[in-house]
Ligand binder design. Structure first.
Ligand SMILES: C[S@@+](CC[C@H](N)C(=O)[O-])C[C@H]1O[C@@H](n2cnc3c(N)ncnc32)[C@H](O)[C@@H]1O
Length: 209
């Protein structure tokens, strides 16, 4: 299965090989209960749902957590991974802003992109430290952690997740190699507390709980 962009932006835009590595990991672990923290415009969400459907037909659940805001006002500046929100391509601007009047970062727009899987998905709007409490983490088998990237946020997200997730489940964190972010520090501090930490490539790191 090829990773598709659905005319939207994704953090995997310039790095299709990492996107495919994520899909390969889903193929390998075959989770039925999937959580993505940091949905953005839903591109990875849609690809993940297509993959889960390919593996399990209709028998899977996808949960997506995001603030779903078109502004960085609510979050700390260090968190501003939403900074690429503006549509720079004039054709896309015309289609989404003028014709469809769709804010691509809104929960409504992501729900539309995922409507094919409407019986399998649940999007939860809010900052992760609140929204994660609304997910039954004890049933989640695979997490793609790609929300706030500040050390404090990643550390807190991992703390909440690890408190309730079962043993030998998978958490893949994005942007492990980004110096300005706090992903590496927060993940490295888990050494000795989790079963394993494996580098999938420079960017993606896999935690086995
Ligand atoms: C890098 S983008 C996610 C990209 C998406 N996973 C993809 O592959 O296209 C990060 C997202 O996390 C969200 N975000 C940032 N801080 C957050 C927080 N503390 N709680 C919830 N969502 C957050 C932003 O709104 C943004 O949509």
């Amino acid at each position: 299965m090829k990773f598709k962009y659905y005319l939207r932006k994704s953090s995997f835009k310039k790095d299709k090989s990492s996107a495919h590595l994520l899909l390969d990991q889903i193929d390998y672990h075959k989770p039925k209960y999937f959580l993505e923290v940091g949905v953005f415009q839903g591109v990875t969400s849609r690809n993940v749902c297509e993959k889960l459907c390919e593996i399990h037909k209709n028998d899977f659940r996808y949960y997506g957590v995001d603030i779903f805001e078109d502004s960085t006002e609510e979050i700390d500046l260090k968190e501003s991974t939403v900074k690429h929100n503006k549509i720079s391509n004039p054709l896309k601007h015309f289609l989404f802003n003028i014709i469809l009047k769709q804010n691509l970062n809104s929960m409504e727009s992501v729900n539309k992109l995922l409507s094919k899987f409407k019986n399998n998905i649940q999007l939860i709007k809010g900052l992760s430290h609140d929204a994660l409490k609304k997910v039954n983490l004890s049933e989640i088998e695979f997490i793609f952690l790609d929300g706030g990237h500040a050390y404090e946020t990643v550390k807190e997200d991992l703390r909440i997740i690890l408190k309730d997730i079962k043993k030998n489940m998978v958490i893949i964190c994005d942007d492990y190699d980004q110096d300005g972010y706090g992903v590496k520090k927060a993940v490295d501090e888990l050494k000795g507390q989790v079963t394993d930490i494996i580098n999938i490539n420079k960017r993606l790191v896999k935690i086995i709980t």
